[in-house]
Structure formats: C-alpha cells, structure tokens
Design a protein around this ligand. Structure first.
Ligand SMILES: *Cc1c(COP(=O)(O)O)cnc(C)c1O
Length: 483
C-alpha cells in the first residue's frame, strides 16, 4: 500500500526513486524578485524561468523522466510513416485502454480540437463534471454550450468528500429529460478535475454516467490527462478499487467510455497527446483532421523521442509506487499549510496545493483579483511561481464587457511529478506561512493591459497602491540579510 515513513509523530511521504540528474537553481534576493515580477506585469506566466526558484506553475511537460524513459528515447525510430516507435506506443495504448483505434496529436488541446470539429454540433451542449480552459474553448467555438454538472461538494473549498470530481448524475438525467438526448453532443468526464483542485471521481460515478449515456446513445468521452492522480485516489479511497491492481482499474474505467483522450504532457511524463477510439466509424470521421492539423497518422506532431518516453511512461503510470509520490507530497503540503491556518482546498487532490485567495485575502475585493495578487505575493515572499486560477482566468464578455467572477479564487502551486524534494516543499510552506502572517500588507491588482482572448496568459497588471514595496520591506525586516 501507500508508502510513508513516520518521523517524530509526523507522516512523511517517502520517495521511491533517487535523483541522478540535477538542474541547478537560483534564488534571487527579494529586491530582485520585485524587479522580476514588475517586469512580468505581475503575471507569473510572464516571468523568466531563470528568475524562479521553485517552478510550481504547472505539471504540464515538466514532470521528471525515469532512466527507462530516457533510455527508450535513444532507440526512437525516425520515420515519417510507419515508425516502429509509433507501433510501440499504439500497442501500449491498446494494452492499457483496450480500444482498437488511436489518433496521435501534438498535445491535449489538439485532441480537443479534433473532438470539437467532429462531435460538437451547434446549439447543443456538452455536459461535463467540470470544464478545463481549453476543453471549454473547443466546445464554445463550435456554437455549443458547456454544462457543468459537478457534484455540489465539488465547489466547496473545504470538504471531506472523497470524490469531489463526481458528476451530479441527477442533474445529467434532468438535462437529458429537458433537452432530449440529441441536445447533448457528448458527455465529458475529466479525471482528476484540474480547475477545482485535482479532485477525483469514483468508479461508481463513472459507471452511472456511462449507463445514462448509453441508455440515450450519447458518446461518453474521458479526458484522461490527469488519470494518474485519479487512479491513486481510487486505489486508496474507492471501496470498489482497493483490491484491484491499477491496470484492472484503468481497464474498468476504459470499458465504460467510448473515447479517451489525453495530454501526454501530464499522462505518461512526456510531451504529446492523442485520442483512443472504440468505434471504427468514429475513428474514420476523426482521422482526416490529424494530417490536416497535426502531422501524419503515425506521429501527429509528436517527436519520436517523446513517443518512446510516453510508451514507457504509460507503464509507469500503472505502477503504484510511481504515481503515489505526487499526491502524497501534495497531501503533506496541504496538511501542513492547513495546520498553520492557511486556507487551502481540502481534501488534498492531485496536481498541486490550491490556496484559497478569497479567504487568504478576505480584505481584497474580488474585482481586484485577489488570486492574481496572491500569486505575485507568493513569488515575492519565496521565489515560488504559482498560477492564478480565479477571475483573471475567466473571460470578459466581448459584447457586454461584463466580467464574470470566478466560483473560486485560487493560487495553484503545482507539484510536477517526481521533481521536488521534501525540503523544497517545506521551504515553500514556511514562506507561505510567513506571507499569511503578513497578509494584511497585500492589496489588490488592476489591469494595465487586458487582452481579449485568454487574458490570463499574457495580460499585464499593476498593484493598487505600493503594497509590493511594503511587503518587500517587511520581508527584509523579518529575514535580515537572508534571501
Ligand atoms: C492540460 C490539460 C488539457 C490540455 O492539454 P495540453 O497538453 O496542455 O494541450 C486538457 N485537459 C486537462 C484535464 C488538462 O489538465
């Protein structure tokens, strides 16, 4: 089962790997961190990685590879068509998911582009447990609507529900009764729901969703990008899964779905993506879009080296010792922050720790982007780069100019898989704790430059007032000449 050590009464996660290749890091003094975040328009996406100490922006394409993955990359068969590397990846996917057809794509959103082109009909809806930024965009762009049918506990910041990623199946039935089955282009279940804290769904929930879909002939699509984390939680929390081996859990999930797509920037510790399809006719409808947008059918925009790495990475995803490190480190980080009173999403999920900026900065108006302010403040306090997941990540209505306020104001501190050590995690916890003690110093933000599309990626902000300077002064006063 789950491997943990006990150290003076505290549960510590135990790494089941050792580090044999390293990358040197720099920790800039706080004054230089202030210069860096100013130059980046107070948007952590615009920071130079060289100015970042611990990069907790994302888990996408930055997970550590194993020696087996790196070794496999050397035998990559560089052929435009019919590469043996592709065959190895294809065979592995058939073994893991049991679906006969596969279309490669350069990353997850490219798979979503193809699904959108083929499956989404205008004036219909796509029901989801919860949206992801790119998956929503590829529905909306075809004139359809996204319906989020997340279990009510999914949107509660603190909860002890073990499966906050479950879909509300009564709501799904109600939507079908109201709109008819033809009113839904497909149903999408996202493993390890990204935007609400990496929360899993249960096997029973997926089973029920699948029964409803198949009763009404609605395709069920699984977004398996964050499958590894969902599997970990199923294995330790789901009564139906505790006695199953990981490959059997994956098979049970796959058998319930018609299509499985993924970003291999997360699943498989590589860089790429693709779509597994059960039905031949569906495969043929989608196939033409691969050479049109991605590349030939045997690489789909991926390098052969990455495909080799993903093939091995998929095997590692089926190894409990390999997938438990991420969620166990995250649980440690969340529990330690929680113990210090820092508001975080509970229970701990996959992907990272999610700090609740609405409560952390309860004196900052939601229209002044508390999550964006907190992301800047965390960087100032620590050199840790997190990601705003709040109102800044929403889109202003192009016609009315109205800005929707996000359900949650979060700063996500992602833990890329197998990358950080426990002392680095402890450092981050300590600096965030300091920031929490000094939270009254942190103020709001306003736009300097607000792009119309996906503004959170490259928009620029400034602090309201001089709070960043005052925070740096307080840091110096408290930390002396330490960095
Ligand atoms: C990252 C992600 C995607 C998009 O994948 P990219 O490889 O970044 O294009 C889709 N769905 C989920 C759940 C993701 O986490």
């Amino acid at each position: 089962m789950s491997k943990v050590t006990f150290f003076r009464g505290q549960q510590l996660p135990l790494e089941m790997h050792k580090v044999r290749i390293i990358q040197k890091l720099t920790l800039l003094p706080v004054e230089q961190r202030l210069e860096a975040i100013r130059a980046a328009g107070h948007n952590t996406f615009l920071l130079q990685n060289a100015d970042v100490f611990l990069d907790m922006l994302t888990d996408s394409g930055v997970n550590a590879m194993s020696q087996e993955q790196q070794a496999a990359m050397f035998r990559a068969d560089d052929a435009y068509a019919g590469s043996a590397t592709y065959t190895r990846l294809y065979d592995k996917l058939v073994e893991v998911f049991g679906m006969e057809y596969f279309l490669p794509a350069h990353q997850g959103r490219a798979a979503e582009n193809i699904l959108g082109q083929v499956l989404v009909r205008p004036d219909t809806a796509v029901a989801m447990n919860y949206h992801f930024t790119t998956s929503k965009q590829h529905v909306v762009v075809h004139g359809a609507e996204v319906l989020e049918l997340i279990h009510p506990d999914g949107l509660k910041v603190t909860s002890d529900h073990p499966f906050k990623g479950n879909m509300d199946t009564d709501a799904l039935r109600a939507v079908i009764a109201e709109r008819g089955a033809e009113g839904l282009s497909f149903v999408r279940m996202e493993a390890g729901t990204n935007l609400i804290g990496g929360q899993p769904f249960s096997l029973d929930n997926l089973t029920e969703v699948s029964q409803i879909c198949h009763e009404h002939d609605i395709p069920l699509v699984l977004d398996a990008s964050l499958l590894a984390d969902n599997l970990y939680f199923m294995k330790i929390r789901d009564p139906r899964c505790v006695d199953l081996e990981i490959p059997a859990i994956v098979k049970a999930m796959a058998d319930l779905c018609d299509i499985i797509y993924f970003s291999a920037r997360k699943l498989g510790f590589g860089r790429g993506g693709g779509i597994c399809i059960r039905d031949e006719a569906m495969y043929k409808r989608m196939r033409g879009f691969v050479p049109m947008f991605e590349g030939f059918l045997t690489y789909g925009g991926m390098s052969v080296r990455e495909m080799e790495a993903i093939t091995v990475g998929l095997d590692e995803t089926l190894d409990f010792d390999m997938i438990n490190q991420g969620p166990q480190f995250i649980a440690y980080m969340v529990n330690e922050l929680d113990r210090r009173g820092v508001p975080v999403i509970t229970p701990p999920g996959g992907l990272g720790a999610h700090v609740d900026a609405m409560r952390f900065l309860d004196h900052v108006d939601q229209r002044q982007y508390p999550a964006a302010a907190l992301a800047s403040a965390v960087f100032l306090a620590s050199g840790v780069r997190g990601m705003e997941r709040g109102t800044m990540s929403e889109a202003r209505d192009i016609n009315t100019g109205v800005e929707p306020l996000a359900h949650m104001e979060l700063v996500r501190l992602a833990l890329p898989r197998r990358v950080f050590t426990l002392s680095q995690v402890n450092y981050a916890i300590d600096r965030i704790d300091w920031l929490y003690q000094n939270r009254h110093l942190v103020g709001g933000m306003r736009w300097v430059e607000e792009p119309e599309i996906l503004r959170f990626f490259y928009g620029r902000l400034e602090p309201i007032g001089d709070w960043t300077t005052r925070l740096v002064e307080q840091f110096r006063a408290d930390f002396g000449d330490s960095l």
